[in-house]
Design a protein around this ligand. Sequence first.
Ligand SMILES: [Zn+2]
Length: 261
Amino acid sequence: MIKEWSLNPYSNNYMSGYQGADMSEKKNKKKPITPRRVVLTPKLEQHLKEQIEFLTRSIRDYDLGCLSEYKRMATIIRVVAYDGGRSTSLISHLGMEQEPFVSYAAPLNPRNLLTEQSLIILKVSQDSCEHLPVLDQGPPMMQRWLPKNEWLNEPVFRDSNRNEFSRLDFIKWVANQDGGAHVDGSVEENYARLQEGETVGWIFEGPNGPVPITDIARSHIRHFAFEFLTSLNTAWQRYIGNRECECGSSRKARYCCLKGQ
Ligand SMILES: [Zn+2]
């Protein structure tokens, strides 16, 4: 009988199989290559539909008060859109990397001496103060459709040390370091300062003294999620419109059964 541990390369017992071997032998022993299977387009499409559903639910829950959902939102955006290192985004797998993303951000003005932001607004009441995502509720502003990487890398916030941060900075901090997909033992100093309210540029004096403003990352990511979902829904409609129609007519769906939708 074959023991289970000898089949599972990731179990601790498997490693114990090396006990007794000398170090050089251990070094030369390569991990067995795990066979891989290519994921076909229908399954990738299913993944994208699921990610859109995940994001829709996270947004709903956040708006109902589960504010930590911003961590999941950051992770979904990373999974769907981030190409870099060893990661290929889901939309690149689907050949949708040319699809544009909507930005509601006003370009940062280098002559402005204060901290700067255009995707979140500060709401102050007598005893509290919080940032809210602008979404589509703000004053009419320029909507621009940007290529994916420009959207990710566009600076959207400048802190009190005059560091500028992009959507991707926030998304990577939250997804990779702060509990989205991973928890790091240390986080980037610039991010820690923002999260502790040290470089926000404002101090709120509450009835019991100063209260740090610690919601810069989450309010931004809630707004990114709004832009992202809007863009993704548009891209998905275009994508399925360009597919061969499911009725078997061999015409593109947007000229066939999806015509007029
Ligand atoms: Zn049709």
